[in-house]
Design a protein around this ligand. Structure first.
Ligand SMILES: Cc1ncc(COP(=O)(O)O)c(C=O)c1O
Length: 347
């Protein structure tokens, strides 16, 4: 996002810089306390402090999941379109990546249970879920998560659930349900990934965490980290704590601002020829179908007109585009105007 972080986060960064000691750090206990308090208050999910493993980033966590399970897992499932590191992580450990296209139900992408429930799986295989989903913006419902969890448990699969966007639910009638809160059986097969980085715009200070209730699975994950993945930096721990402790009013304002951006972009793009936008229920990302645009390369065409969209082909969906809404209304309006002009140039 383009936004400045909450003022308490910026103040803490300034104070730490003035202190001027940039050595190593371990996780400060107040951060664990606030993670637990917040998870209970916002999501009704009780986290055991022993189940938390700190990491400097989520992409490395996706790779660590594959590394940790590489010996017992023969294939890694994920739903497309998907944030690109989900597609590349399995191959980094010589695992087969199986892509399951999401089902479009009306205007909303969701699980394709007909396909999922008929998959050929082996116990120990891994499913990597993005929840809420980047790029399509789906906030999966409890009913959907229960059905999916039952299938994971029945097939004895492992689940890695990337919930980095969980604090960014835009729809007023939607809420985030951590999938590990669905049942103890699912929790014992699950690695949940969370971070304050997307929500409070502090990804540059790398501080994320995995929640792994099962001691054996946690042991495998920690072994896969050893000697390769460092702890988060001291500034990352510090700013994570400040963001979680003081950032709630800022987050509420952010959600209001993003909702307005989402509605503006959705309405304007709906009026543009050939484009079909999908309204995100969560995240600050808007996915659109540009396959009808009369050009070979929609991504390149918009770039030529001064708008940098993400190319759907990187997400396993050529012909689609992703717009980032984490910017000022003014910048977004300018981008939308340029998109309209880019469409007109093709008619
Ligand atoms: C679903 C998802 N996971 C992970 C990341 C990246 O996390 P990190 O910067 O901590 O590696 C992103 C960033 O866009 C994301 O959308």
């Amino acid at each position: 996002m383009d936004f400045r972080s909450p003022p308490e986060v910026i103040d803490a960064a300034i104070a730490a810089s003035e202190f001027g000691n940039f050595g190593y750090s371990k996780c400060p206990p107040p951060l664990v306390d606030i993670v637990i308090e917040r998870s209970r208050a916002l999501y009704g999910w009780d986290i055991d402090p022993r189940s938390i493993v700190w990491l400097p980033g989520m992409v490395c966590a996706l790779n660590v999941c594959c590394r940790a399970l590489a010996q017992e897992c023969s294939q890694v499932f994920t739903q497309t379109p998907i944030y690109p590191p989900f597609l590349s992580a399995p191959g980094n450990f010589d695992l087969i990546s199986r892509e399951i296209p999401m089902r479009l139900e009306g205007h909303r992408f969701t699980f394709d249970f007909d396909v999922i429930e008929s998959l050929n799986t082996s116990p120990g295989d891994l499913f990597m879920l993005c929840h809420p989903h980047n790029p399509v913006g789906t906030a999966f419902t409890k009913k959907e998560l229960i059905r999916f969890s039952n299938w994971i448990v029945e097939k004895k699969l492992y689940l890695c659930s990337d919930e980095i966007h969980c604090d960014l639910i835009l729809d007023l009638d939607a809420r985030h349900h951590p999938i590990a809160s669905i049942s103890p059986e699912l929790a014992s097969r699950c690695i949940t990934l969370m971070a304050p980085s997307k929500t409070f715009n502090i990804p540059g200070f790398g501080c994320s965490f995995a929640v792994i209730p099962d001691p054996q699975l946690r042991g495998k994950f920690k072994k896969a980290l050893q000697g390769i993945v460092p702890d988060p930096p001291a500034m990352g721990f510090l700013l994570a704590e400040k963001a979680y402790r003081y950032g709630e009013p800022w987050r509420m304002e952010l959600l209001t601002y993003l909702r307005r951006n989402r509605d503006l972009a959705f309405n304007k793009i709906s009026d543009m020829p050939w484009l079909r936008p999908f309204k995100p229920e969560a995240t600050y990302l808007l996915w659109m179908d540009a396959r009808k645009l009369p050009t070979d390369n929609p991504h390149h065409h918009f770039e030529q007109h001064g708008v940098g969209l993400s190319d759907g082909k990187d997400f396993g969906a050529p012909g689609y585009l992703r717009l980032n809404l984490g910017c000022t209304h003014k910048l977004l309006s300018e981008a939308l105007l340029r998109m309209k002009i880019a469409c007109q140039a093709l008619s």
